[in-house]
Write a protein of this length. Structure first.
Length: 84
């Protein structure tokens, strides 16, 4: 390999190395840290717990509404069907 060709190859390799390093630096800058991921996981867990609680309450109210609708239906039949 000639001296000029070696310099060109070395320059291209240096440029490639710098480009790869820059790419890793950019990715690293946008990635979440382990601490941030842990905090996010905790927040998601809290939100999930809240959703579970709301779902539990809604299901309880659904059952109560079903019972009330059934009672109103029976009362309506006994008194002759109000609202027909």
């Amino acid at each position: 390999m000639t001296k000029n060709k070696k310099k060109t190859t070395d320059k291209k390799l240096d440029e490639l190395a710098l480009s790869v390093a820059k790419g890793f630096a950019e990715v690293s800058a946008t990635m979440a840290t382990k601490t941030e991921m842990h905090e996010l996981k905790e927040e998601v867990g809290k939100i999930s717990d809240k959703i579970d609680r709301v779902e539990y309450l809604v299901n309880g109210h659904d059952r109560r509404i079903d019972v009330l609708e059934d009672k109103v239906r029976r009362i309506s039949v006994k008194i002759g069907g109000i609202g027909r």
